[in-house]
Design a binder for this molecule. Structure first.
Ligand code: NAD
Length: 499
């Protein structure tokens, strides 16, 4: 049985806790590895070593830190195939999708090559007589990133890039479901010239997370995962005086106006609803057609597309649309929720509850499902299913449609499909959701913009990547300096405004 340990001070080490979690091959249902789960003592030791390493790294000039990022870009590109294969083997997503996962992370590392530009302070010449004022952006020290299973390359890279380029050391606590790629990325960081100890990968579960939250040296915590855990981590980290950004779950609505190109909208919905088996925080899980005629046309366009989807392991060829979900527990939960939809009166238009893939009977495959006439009170509408299930909610007007998205507790992403600029503009302006697509179903912002949801999809006030990330991973110090010319004056005791 393959054993996965931790990455401490530039090398792989075995865990000492005696506790480990199973890592599955989701296509076969077999356990393919075991990952060590760290204790509080192991976590605290990793942090102490990181704090030592950070003293030197934080004083390394930002251009040199940028060069490490530049080398990392080359190495990730070199190992793209290897990384994607390891990612698919533990997560289950297709190889092109796994490459997308690595690529969207890589783009943030590319952005971080310009760290020196992002870290420049402000300067005011002659703020008063002989007085200059300037600000510096300094690293926080040791920071931590706790990441989910669904993007095991992208989300660790979104944290590592800006945190390390800004001069911090980082404790990365990846998901215990698919820990191999984060360990491989740590190895590439070393090859790129990152000093030992600056990035520590500590595998673990709640024990390791709680140890991060209670460790006094850790200055900031970035979390991405489900909403209940995001809220818990935000509360405990901030109560302990740490900076925190915690991103949670989602229920993303796509509004389809009567004037939309229905074929285009259906193609977009199938990709955004079923890609990666629906295990994306930006997946569209609710389609909201406006008007009965639009709903009927959309349903007619969706059904044949969904019935044609090829669900298979990533090894089954280039035409696989999506693979298994991550664990047996995830599969059971998705099927349970589908059953509640039927029991609560939704119309299950595409029903694959008995889906079984020959030769992979023990794998965690879930066939695609489409519900129509879903209403607000149903569990399948209120809950994030995180599986290949698309719900259709029929709205009679644009106002009713926008109301669904506005009233939902989640606010990660949303989209509108229309040919009318005025409607699209009104939607983008009024909607209370962090990321909006206009005729774009999955509006994930590029590396130089920022990524973050509103409402219960995000706790904290700065987003991931882009300029916000450099704000999150630095603190500002403002210096007022006075160099009097000529004869020194006597002491000045009054708090003075600038003349
Ligand atoms: P999860 O919340 O189960 O786990 C995320 C991390 O938290 C993991 O590292 C895990 O080890 C840790 N964790 C789990 N339970 C914990 C506990 N009780 N105490 C402390 N730590 C704990 O999430 P997941 O299943 O890995 O990922 C899927 C979720 O992540 C979905 O809800 C999805 O929408 C969300 N997600 C959100 C974004 C975003 O940017 N908003 C991006 C990707 C995924």
């Amino acid at each position: 049985m393959k054993k996965l340990g931790h990455w401490i001070n530039g090398q792989l080490v075995d865990g000492t806790s005696g506790r480990a979690a199973d890592v599955y091959n989701p296509a076969t249902g077999e356990v393919q590895a075991q990952v060590d789960l760290a204790t509080k003592a192991e976590l605290d030791d990793a942090v102490a070593k990181a704090a030592e390493a950070q003293k030197v790294w934080g004083n390394t000039n930002p251009q040199k830190r940028g060069r490490v990022m530049m080398a990392l870009v080359g190495l990730i590109n070199r190992d793209m195939d290897k990384l994607a294969e390891a990612l698919s083997a533990e997560h289950g997503k297709t190889i092109p999708d796994a490459k997308g996962d690595v690529q969207r992370g890589l783009e943030v590392i590319e952005y971080c090559i310009g760290a020196a530009q992002m870290l420049k302070g402000e300067f005011t010449d002659s703020a008063g007589p002989g007085i200059d004022m300037y600000s510096m952006k300094q690293p926080l020290g040791v920071v931590a990133s706790i990441t989910p299973f669904n993007f095991p390359a992208m989300i660790p890279l979104w944290g590592m890039g800006p945190a390390l380029a800004a001069g911090n050391a980082m404790i990365l606590k990846p998901s215990e479901r698919d820990p191999s790629v984060p360990l491989m990325l740590a190895e590439l960081c070393k090859e790129a010239g990152l000093p030992d100890g600056v990035l520590q990968v500590v595998n673990g579960d709640k024990d390791a997370v709680d140890a991060i939250l209670d460790n006094e040296t850790v200055q900031a915590v970035a979390f991405v995962g489900s909403t209940p855990i995001a809220h818990y981590i935000y509360s405990r980290a901030t109560a302990n005086g740490k900076r925190a950004q915690c991103f949670g779950g989602a229920k993303n609505h796509m509004i389809v106006m009567p004037d939309a190109d229905m074929e285009q909208a259906a193609d977009a919905l199938v990709g955004a609803g079923f890609g990666a088996a629906g295990e994306r925080c930006m997946a569209i899980s609710v389609a909201v057609p406006v008007g009965e005629e639009t709903a009927d046309k959309l349903r007619d366009a969706l059904v044949p597309r969904i019935e044609k989807l090829k669900v298979a392991p990533y090894t089954a060829g280039d035409d696989v649309d999506y693979g298994p979900v991550v664990t047996g527990a995830a599969k059971e939960n998705i099927l349970r929720l589908i059953q509640t939809g039927v029991d609560q009166g939704a119309d299950l238009v595409v029903d694959n509850r008995d889906f079984n893939l020959q030769g992979y009977e023990d794998g965690f495959f879930v066939g695609p499902h489409l519900f129509d006439r879903v209403t607000k009170d149903m569990d399948i509408y209120k809950t994030e299913i995180f599986g290949p299930v698309l719900s259709m909610v029929r709205a009679q007007s644009y106002e009713e449609a926008i109301g669904y998205a506005m009233d939902h507790e989640y606010g990660n992403g949303t989209a509108i499909f229309t040919r009318d600029g005025d409607t699209a503009r009104d939607f983008a302006s009024r909607i209370n959701i962090g990321m909006v697509g206009i005729n774009v179903p999955i509006p994930v912002p590029l590396a130089y913009h920022t990524f973050g949801g509103w409402k219960k999809s995000g706790f904290g006030d700065l987003n991931q990547h882009g300029p916000d990330a450099f704000k999150f991973y630095t603190r500002t110090k403002t210096v007022t300096s006075r160099w009097p010319s000529g004869i020194k004056e006597g002491g000045e005791f009054n708090f003075k405004a600038m003349d």
